[in-house]
Ligand binder design. Structure first.
Ligand code: MG
Length: 463
């Protein structure tokens, strides 16, 4: 009896101590939410007037809203490869200028040797899940479960790929696309569970999966990569959102994404995980302007998806972690490849050895408001370096129409714009700034001298 009395409090004490130490330094969770083809001007907090995004606006009020955030490519596949690996797509071979993205019949994919955020965090005990569009390869070695994700739920590639034979012209960009027009499959853990996928309920089902995953991992750190299918065309919204926005079906899908973000943040609050979860919301590239009303808006920026003008690669980005990240609007130049070292730093995971990374750890900026050192950023179209930003300056060595004309043009001297004064890249000031151009040229030379291109996964011309 006495023994029991003695042992029981001792056990409780040990248990309490174990819990206390676990509570003192729980590894933070990481959620990356990636919209598809959402433009710089498509959220309320970025100036949209016809699309209501109260949840994302609140997230921005409570977190850091970046005004100068860039993705690593102007189209889907390379942008996703860069986000998950922290490397310019040229390094993994996941870019091309003949085939700019992977298609349903492409042979390539993210090479198995590439280390994704999921792989790095899973090695540190994180639960990992991919939800939504993958678009990094359908063959062995490249699929979500091959690249560090324990679970996967979503589409293997874009929702407009694998169109039904005889699909009427213009169906893809139609405000009322046929629900059975595309044969893309919904997959769970590598197996087809529905084909064609019912696209009208995708956002809802992705959200349900995300909420369930969070609820199941209250005590284990997790990494969730939620890559939404929309607002990539063809556009579908559920009955609760269809016809409800002032911006047509495009606005409906964005408003449903906004609802989805609200559900996820609310779940984190309910589970008391909000102060220990970094949530990042961003987009894979700019708006697909050639889709007309079914494409979004780059706001004040020039051009859109497919282009190395800012509208193609500068997108909304909000980072949220209440109590850890102080509310702010940041004009620091940050980019998608920064999330790899940032996530690993928060998780106290060492960076992989022998891997060239192209991002920096944003934790000092996010958690302590320390400004970043100035660094150049390089704008690639496929394997070719088209432009470079340094400070407020952006120089274009080449320009080309996003889709179709104008053809590729080279510029010597490069076109030069001051993005602070001229975010729409209208006034070329190259003639007045020879020193800035020299600085940018030497940054490009240094970058290119060290660049090692990976084996090509997409058809492309030589770098
Ligand atoms: Mg995209």
């Amino acid at each position: 009896m006495n023994m029991k009395r003695t042992i029981f409090p001792l056990r409780s004490l040990l248990l309490a101590l174990t819990c206390a130490s676990a509570l003192a330094s729980p590894k933070p969770n990481v959620i990356l939410i990636f919209a598809d083809d959402l433009g710089y001007g498509d959220l309320g907090c970025y100036g949209a007037e016809k699309i209501r995004t109260p949840q994302l606006d609140r997230m921005a009020d409570e977190g850091v809203r970046f005004t100068d955030f860039y993705v690593a490519a102007e189209v889907c596949t390379p942008s996703r490869a860069a986000l998950l690996t922290g490397r310019y797509p040229l390094r993994s071979g996941m870019c091309g200028d003949i085939e700019r993205v992977l298609f349903a019949n492409s042979k390539g994919g993210l090479p198995p040797a590439e280390i994704t955020i999921a792989e790095a965090l899973r090695g540190a005990g994180y639960a990992t899940m991919h939800i939504g569009k993958w678009h990094l390869g359908i063959h062995e070695g490249s699929r979500p479960l091959d690249q560090g994700f324990e679970h996967s739920f979503g589409l293997p590639y874009s929702n407009d790929m694998d169109p039904r034979p005889g699909l009427p012209k213009g169906a893809t960009s139609s405000p009322t696309p046929p629900a059975d027009g595309w044969n893309v499959a919904l997959m769970r853990d590598g197996k087809i569970i529905e084909q064609p996928a019912d696209q009208t309920t995708l956002t809802k089902r992705y959200t349900e999966e995300a909420v369930k995953f969070i609820g199941e991992h209250k005590t284990q750190p997790f990494f969730l990569y939620l890559a939404h299918t929309f607002p990539h065309v063809p556009l579908f919204a559920s009955a609760d959102f269809k016809g409800k926005s002032k911006a047509g079906i495009y606005g409906d899908t964005v408003e449903e994404l906004d609802w989805s973000v609200g559900q996820i943040l609310e779940t984190l609050r309910k589970e008391k995980l909000e102060q220990n979860t970094l949530v990042v919301f961003t987009s894979d590239n700019g708006p697909w302007l050639i889709m007309g009303e079914a494409g979004g808006s780059a706001g004040p920026l020039r051009d859109g998806k497919g282009s190395t003008w800012d509208g193609g690669m500068r997108v909304p980005c909000v980072a949220w972690m209440p109590g850890r990240i102080k509310p702010a609007v940041s004009s620091q130049m940050v980019q998608a490849m920064d999330w790899f070292p940032t996530a690993l730093s928060l998780a106290e995971v060492k960076l992989p050895e022998g891997v060239v990374l192209d991002g920096v750890n944003l934790s000092p900026l996010l958690l302590e408001n320390q400004p970043l050192a100035e660094r150049p950023y390089f704008f690639y179209r496929g394997p070719h370096l088209f432009a470079c930003r340094l400070g407020p300056w952006k120089a274009h060595f080449f320009t080309q129409g996003a889709y179709g004309g104008p053809a590729k043009q080279s510029h010597e001297p490069p076109l030069l714009y001051h993005l602070g004064n001229d975010p729409g890249e209208k006034n070329n000031v190259a003639a007045d700034q020879p020193e800035v151009l020299e600085q940018i040229k030497s940054a490009v030379s240094a970058h290119q001298a060290k660049m090692v291109a990976g084996p090509k996964q997409l058809k492309s011309t030589k770098p």
